[in-house]
Design a protein around this ligand. Structure first.
Ligand code: B12
Ligand code: SF4
Ligand code: SF4
Length: 383
């Protein structure tokens, strides 16, 4: 019997590429005991983002979410890391950047499709197979499953790094009632390298493999409220997500996966002009970005980040557009953020618009931001 399951697993591994899956492995469905301790500690330290499943028992015990599980099949789908002939960001035509995980079609859709193809493939061979598939939003830790299934190691930047594919991979999994023999975890690791920890702009990687998500720019770009001065400066021109700790990783050098047609980027979406984003309505946002993974929080965080990026570029030509946001945008967070950017850029027109706004503004956070911006301009004038 064991040989039969081994044979099915071997056949499945051979079929993976034809199902659009770049790497596949099998993990046991035993409880994730060390992960559980880790998640408890993570919560105690206040390092969670709030985007993870909150029930730690369910996260770490597959038998609580699946009747008599026998194995977990982990899959990885590789994605591109390079744009071909990317448009330049230059004075007068500044551009933002979407993280690679938001290029192409939403990876949730793509991985669900690959898992559905795999389920169909299994059903043709084992008609009474039972499965529960998930990607990102499911209860399980996709990284912990992938690590146990031998897809890669759990790296210092927190990513799962495949020795062959690097970390430019999305992860998903399928709990099953099939007693497939588990794979061995990979033996490679980060060694003495610390490039990602050194490069992280906010010190969010507090120890190897330990992230304070509250300090991670990827998280900050996905929040909806006002961002603190410290983080606005560090966001740079990122519109959604952050790739820094993967870009600097030597294992990723030269790795750019172009075999998944749906995941290939559109330059104008991946590196869009900033000013047109400021006036993008909801309908236009859905048309342009609705099919990407950046859309799940709506247009507000992306527009706020576009305002921040213009401030960080100190883009003087954006002052009239930022003044329009400051005076007319119905969302206080956008008005407050525009004040910050105008304070960064400075100049007479910005100062005058901020003075006018300070007399009209009613939102407390926006008022505070306007006053800080006026203060910043005055201080620079005095210096
Ligand atoms: C919440 C979340 C976030 C949060 C927090 C990220 C984090 N590192 O915790 C934020 C918004 C910041 C985020 C950002 C990103 N995310 Co995210 N995110 C998730 C989500 C939903 C849950 C992660 C989680 O529970 N973290 C809590 C930590 C404590 O647990 P864990 O990372 O799951 O498990 C590891 C640790 O527990 C560790 N561990 C356990 N015990 C111990 C003990 C010791 C001593 C040590 C050192 C480690 C250790 O080993 C486990 C396996 O690696 C997963 C999807 C999912 N359902 O799992 C995607 C996921 C992790 N994200 C993903 C991606 C792509 C990203 C970004 C690259 C996106 C971007 N470009 O901006 C960044 C990377 C940031 C980073 N350096 O981690 C991918 C990762 C793919 C990969 N190759 O690893 C996932 C798996 C989504 C997917 N299905 O593909 N994300
Ligand atoms: S995603 Fe960016 S902010 Fe987050 S840990 Fe990596 S480098 Fe740091
Ligand atoms: S940069 Fe170095 S330490 Fe960081 S994940 Fe890559 S190999 Fe590991």
């Amino acid at each position: 019997m064991t040989d039969e399951w081994q044979a099915l697993k071997d056949e499945m591994k051979e079929a993976a590429q034809s199902l659009g899956i770049d790497a596949i492995g099998v993990a046991s469905s035993d409880p994730f005991v060390t992960l559980k301790q880790r998640l408890i500690r993570h919560r105690e330290l206040g390092y969670e983002s709030g985007f993870e499943e909150q029930d730690i028992e369910k996260r770490t015990n597959p038998s609580l979410i699946f009747d008599r599980p026998q194995s977990i099949i982990a899959i990885a789908v590789a994605y591109p890391s390079k744009l071909i002939d990317p448009p330049k960001s230059e004075p007068g035509a500044r551009r933002g950047i979407m993280s690679r995980s938001a290029w192409g079609e939403d990876y949730h859709k793509i991985l669900r499709d690959r898992l559905a193809r795999l389920e169909q493939w299994l059903r043709e061979r084992v008609p009474n197979v039972r499965v529960e598939s998930m990607v990102d939003t499911g209860e399980l830790s996709d990284r912990a499953v992938a690590e146990r299934a031998g897809l890669g190691w759990s790296a210092k930047n927190c990513s799962i790094i495949s020795p062959e594919l690097g970390s430019w991979i999305y992860l998903g999994e399928m709990i099953t009632n099939l007693p497939l023999p588990p794979d061995e975890p990979v033996t490679e690791g980060c060694g003495s390298c610390t490039k990602c920890i050194d490069a992280c702009p906010t010190g969010a990687i507090v120890a190897p493999g330990q992230l304070n998500a509250q300090r991670c720019i990827s998280y900050v770009t996905q929040t909806k409220g006002m961002v603190t001065d410290e983080f606005m400066r560090k966001i740079g021109n990122r519109l959604y997500g952050c790739d820094t700790c993967q870009i600097v990783c030597p294992v990723n050098r030269g790795k750019n996966w172009t075999n998944q047609p749906e995941l290939q980027p559109d330059n104008e979406l991946a590196k869009p002009l900033l000013i047109p984003l400021l006036t993008m309505g909801n309908k236009e946002f859905k048309e342009r970005y609705g099919h990407t993974s950046s859309a799940w929080r709506g247009r507000k965080p992306i527009q706020r980040n576009a305002v921040i990026a213009l401030g960080n570029f100190k883009e003087a030509s954006a002052v009239p557009d930022l003044i329009r946001v400051l005076h007319d945008d119905p969302r206080p967070v956008l008005r407050g953020t525009a004040a910050w950017s105008l304070g960064r850029i400075g100049g007479e027109a910005a100062a005058k618009a901020l003075e006018q706004a300070s007399m009209r503004e009613r939102d407390e956070e926006a008022i505070a931001s306007i006053e800080a911006a006026i203060g910043a301009i005055r201080e620079r004038e005095r210096a």
